[in-house]
Ligand binder design. Structure first.
Ligand code: PLP
Length: 384
């Protein structure tokens, strides 16, 4: 490793969207031009083709494209008729959208702690949260396990608890699309799965987009109605309250080109993660992947002793190495969410992680020289 990296080297990107664009050459431009020529900007042929390919990729019977990951979550709660008096269980250590959609439909988010090793929903805390909800007179309806930083949650345990309590399982794989659990891709577990194609996600479009996966034919009919203002058999008959939830044809055309190289990109991210693990395991806590899982490494997130993180970020920034903190405030401590119930113990793991984690640059085009520069800077900053 090069220990003589200059502090004034050009800053590295945190995610290199440009490198992917260069690799795809004119393919995206041509795909967009095709849409500009056929002018079917909404519900065009690329949307139908993308849904077919996404379902195949995920191993689900159906894929329903939509306007964002957040809308994918909301559309499912709407389709299931979740509402006032219902409890929806969300991890506290997540992006806000997981829980945000719950008050939209008038239901109550109940926050659950995460595991210290995988950062994903703690099944024991889910059990505690169900008991809290019942004591408060709420009806346990849905659990939303999140595949945080690209690794699937413990679906074996969460599905077992959900079956025992009659909960629907809405998997939030906005960060984990393409990852596997017991050899099967996310999108093929639970009652339904929501994902996001926000540009920074492992599979991103050039704007906002998302998708829902399910094997449930009846749910698909309802979701398609929700996506189009609650339309009935006739387009201008409204049989329920819906929304504008569609994915643009241009975004679908872009995603088709990106999906073609996605497996290769996931493999490159995995190689980069393994190199980080080997080079950093002696100076910090490197990510742990459950033996039943593979990760798509939406983030490469290390954990440090309390009080070290922000100093490290400042030092790295001076050396042109960007970092990010996901997430600095757990959901149950957020001003807009602190009023909602949480599993009984104060969610100590979520609180500790929010003060101790930091994410390093991670993308499919991270070359070894740039990665060595990041590794050397981290080791130097930690005095190793
Ligand atoms: C990004 C994200 C979402 C929301 O996706 P958008 O497409 O940005 O609406 C939901 N849940 C998690 C865990 C996310 O990371």
């Amino acid at each position: 490793m090069n220990d003589h990296v200059t502090a004034n080297a050009a800053p590295l990107p945190f995610i290199d969207v440009g490198a992917q664009r260069a690799r795809l050459g004119t393919r995206i431009d041509e795909a967009v031009t095709r849409v500009l020529n056929h002018c079917r900007f909404v519900n065009g042929p690329e949307v139908i083709e993308l849904e077919k390919q996404l379902a195949e990729f995920a191993g689900a019977k159906h894929a329903i494209s939509c306007s964002s990951g957040t809308d994918a979550l909301a559309m499912l709660l709407m389709a299931w008729g979740v509402g006032p008096g219902d409890a929806v269980f969300c991890p506290s250590f997540t992006f806000c959208a997981t829980a945000e959609v719950v008050p939209w439909v008038g239901a109550t988010p109940v926050f659950v702690d995460v595991l210290a090793d995988t950062f994903n929903m703690d099944p024991a805390s889910l059990e505690a949260a169900i008991a809290v909800a019942e004591r408060q007179g709420l009806k346990p309806r849905v659990v939303i396990p999140v595949d945080l930083f690209g690794q699937p949650a413990d679906l074996d345990a969460i599905l077992a608890i959900s079956t025992a309590h009659g909960l629907k399982v809405l998997c939030d794989t906005a960060q984990g699309f393409g990852a596997t659990w017991n050899g099967k891709r996310t999108g093929s577990f639970g009652d339904a799965t929501a994902t996001s194609f926000f540009p920074a996600k492992p599979l991103g479009c050039f704007g906002d987009g998302g998708a829902i996966f399910t094997d449930d034919d009846e749910l698909v009919t309802v979701l398609k109605s929700v996506r189009e203002h609650g339309q009935g058999v006739d387009k201008y008959e409204n049989v329920r309250i819906g929304m504008t939830g569609r994915l643009d044809t241009i975004q679908a055309a872009i995603l088709l080109e990106k999906l073609a190289i996605f497996e290769d990109e996931v493999a490159a991210r995995d190689r980069a993660a393994k190199r980080y693990n080997e080079a950093l395991a002696d100076v910090c806590i490197v990510p742990m992947v459950d033996p039943r899982a593979t990760s798509v490494w939406a983030q490469y997130t290390i954990r440090l002793p309390h009080g070290v993180r922000d100093g490290l970020a400042a030092t790295l920034q001076k050396e042109g190495v960007p970092t990010a903190v996901y997430y600095r405030i757990p959901m149950h401590k957020q001003p807009a969410y602190a009023q909602y119930p949480a599993a009984g113990n104060g969610l100590p793991v979520s609180e500790a992680l929010s003060g101790e984690v930091i994410s390093l640059p991670m993308h499919a085009y991270l070359d070894e020289a740039s990665q060595d520069r990041i590794i050397a800077a981290v080791r130097r900053a930690l005095g190793k």
